[in-house]
Design a protein around this ligand. Structure first.
Ligand code: IPM
Ligand code: MN
Length: 365
């Protein structure tokens, strides 16, 4: 199998974590006799500085010509005073729109080894396994009109969805739920917003196509509480763009670390893969960053863009194994009362590579 991946490592810790994840992909490809073609381009702050724009045209062209785009992170404090359309984040939003993926899958899985890292009690988080399906191309992020009118001192954004936009993402969420525990929770604010009433009515229409899946609706405010009280109650959680952005960060409380969460965006011309965490400029370049979110994202590339399910599962099993063996990056070890072996970014990448190799050569473990 041949796979052409464009790496847009971006800012902050993006380059260090994607580097380790690409190393894991290369290991898997070598072992299985697959051909990986990796190209790298700039996006975000590093592109603003070098090319004067957060999404240079060569990056966009290379992205559209690839089988999968693997993004590290974008953003940095030095860009905070720029208007939204000039910031590093604008490059990512333009890229998302151009690639066309509208269903952002964000699995949040509570590794039992990391339960001590969650402020929630272990019996609350144990075995929690949620798949957020976040609509990625609509809502407030892209709705028009939008403006900050400095003369009048007003600003506005528009939360807009069409029925078809809701339908297509709901279908993906239901399909995924039908292959999991067959429960779908749709999140909205239908007690206040018309756009949420359309959302809820459309989700109910799509539900009729999937009689095997149980559907429930939750208001986003209540959902943010239920997620912390009873995370194990949820299987697939379907949200509009902003609600999913917020709830997926909140879910890091369940998994014990934002640094562990991967994501895949599907449904468009080219799938886009990005860890949920940000660019963490405070720890960039110090070898402290946790590459496991990026490595788990690499597993999603193999699963969703290469059809290599066994290899994807082997990477996920290896991450679990490495945690079981007591290896941690410093964010996971915290003050390290348990005396874990604390690894640098590169050492953690190497540890996962070794483990994946064993895993693929002797798949029984
Ligand atoms: C995310 C990020 C992005 C988003 C930013 C960087 C534009 O927070 O992927 O969750 O808001 O979608
Ligand atoms: Mn976010």
């Amino acid at each position: 199998m041949k796979l052409k991946i464009l790496v847009t490592a971006g800012d902050g810790i993006g380059p260090e974590v994607t580097n380790e994840a690409v190393g894991v992909l290369r290991e898997v490809a070598d072992l299985g006799g697959h051909t990986l073609e990796i190209d790298s381009r700039r996006i975000g702050g590093v592109a603003i500085v070098n090319d004067g724009t957060p999404l240079p045209s060569d990056t966009l062209d290379a992205a559209l010509a690839s089988d999968a785009v693997f993004l590290g992170a974008v953003g940095g404090n030095e860009f905070n005073s720029l208007p939204p359309d000039k910031r590093p984040e604008a490059g990512l939003l333009q890229l998302r729109a151009a690639l066309g993926g509208f269903a952002n899958l964000r699995p949040a899985f509570a590794f039992k080894e990391l339960a001590v890292n969650s402020p929630l009690r272990p019996e609350i988080v144990a075995d929690a396994d949620i798949l957020f399906v976040r609509e990625l191309l609509g809502g407030l992020y892209f709705g028009e009109p939008r403006k900050w009118n400095r003369e009048t001192g007003e600003a506005w954004n528009t939360m807009r969805y069409t029925r078809d936009e809701v339908k297509r993402v709901a279908r993906i969420a239901f399909k995924l739920a039908s292959r999991r525990r067959k429960k779908l929770t749709s999140v909205d604010k239908a007690n206040v917003l018309e756009v949420s009433q359309l959302w809820r009515a459309t989700v109910n229409d799509v539900a009729a196509e999937f009689p095997e899946v149980t559907v429930e609706h939750q208001y986003v405010d209540a959902m943010s509480m239920h997620l912390m009280n009873q995370p194990r109650n949820y299987d697939v959680v379907l949200t509009e763009n902003l609600f999913g952005d917020i709830l997926s960060d909140e879910s890091a409380v369940i998994t014990g670390s934002l640094g562990m969460l991967p994501s895949a965006t599907i449904g468009g011309k080219v799938n886009l893969y990005e860890p949920v965490h940000g660019s963490a400029p405070d720890i960039a370049g110090k070898g402290l960053a946790n590459p496991l979110g990026a490595i788990l994202t690499a597993a999603l590339i193999l699963r969703h863009s290469a059809g290599l399910e066994a290899e994807a599962a082997a990477i996920e099993a290896s991450v679990r194994k490495v945690l079981e063996q007591g290896y941690r990056t410093s964010d996971l070890a915290r003050s390290n009362p348990q005396g874990f072996e604390v690894l640098s970014t590169a050492e953690m990448g190497e540890k996962v590579r070794e483990t994946v190799k064993l895993q693929l050569l002797a798949p029984s473990r």
